[in-house]
Ligand binder design. Structure first.
Ligand SMILES: [Zn+2]
Length: 112
């Protein structure tokens, strides 16, 4: 896993107000200070594991399909994003720094 700092990438290729994105094997951040944010990095590392399990491309497909589904469900972009199974797992466990040591494969399914 490599951490890259690229504000322009996030500005041009992601929705507004995103400070980081994970595209295996990279975690792309908008500023260097986030590199030391243990909780933020742990959140992105959980996405690295999810992406490995789904060979990256399937992760991207499922992520956006579930986003569209949640958008229809909640009719609110932020609420839809927060309720994607992958995000639910990451937010629920981002402060547990030992989570990835004990996490079982495909754990995001439990967060559907
Ligand atoms: Zn996330």
């Amino acid at each position: 896993m490599w951490i890259l700092i690229s504000p322009w990438f996030l500005k041009w290729f992601t929705p507004k107000n995103i400070s980081g994105i994970t595209i295996f094997p990279f975690i792309i951040l908008d500023k260097n200070s986030l590199r030391n944010d243990k909780t933020f990095i742990n959140h992105e590392l959980i996405h690295i594991y999810q992406q490995m399990e789904l060979f990256i491309l399937l992760f991207i497909i499922f992520y956006y399909l579930e986003y569209l589904y949640r958008l229809l469900q909640y009719k609110n972009a932020d609420k839809a994003y927060r309720n994607i199974s992958f995000e639910r797992e990451a937010y629920a466990n981002e402060s547990n720094y030992d989570y990835l040591k004990t996490r079982k494969w495909f754990s995001f399914i439990k967060y559907w």
